[in-house]
Unconditional design. Sequence first.
Length: 168
Amino acid sequence: MDGKRVRETSVVMAQMMNPQDANPAGHVHGGVIMKLIDTAAGSVAVRHGRCNAVTASIDRLDFHNPVFIGDFVTVRAGLNYVGRSSMEIGIRVESENLITGERRHTVSAYMTFVALDKKGRPVTLPPLILETDEEIRRNREAAARRKARQTEKQREKDCQLDKNNCEL
């Protein structure tokens, strides 16, 4: 199975925020931004695996600045890590006031997707080809997050087996 480069599967989406996206104060709902993030990340996952992929988890989702009606929102998503059937995708959202030109880093997120066959079973993914120092750094950090998630998952499993000796 041939590997794929990060640049081959990365996605950039952009959309103007309209009144239906916001509350009465003009702030765009977080859920609207979250849907854009999930769509972009899902597209990256499908591009990499060339199969269906589903959201398995959101490791981090940090809102840094608000988005307003009329802002032009750009979502950038790219692979950080690929395992056997799962992959971590990093997402960065920026908003731009088209009148003033002011740009704000709006949201950062890490999401894990799992590639599935037509019967809903996990499939083996092509490896990720890392080409730049930045991609290598992101991959190393994603591997550390993956290890932390696995440790937490094991701790939860152990806790279920021994409820008397458990602290979450």
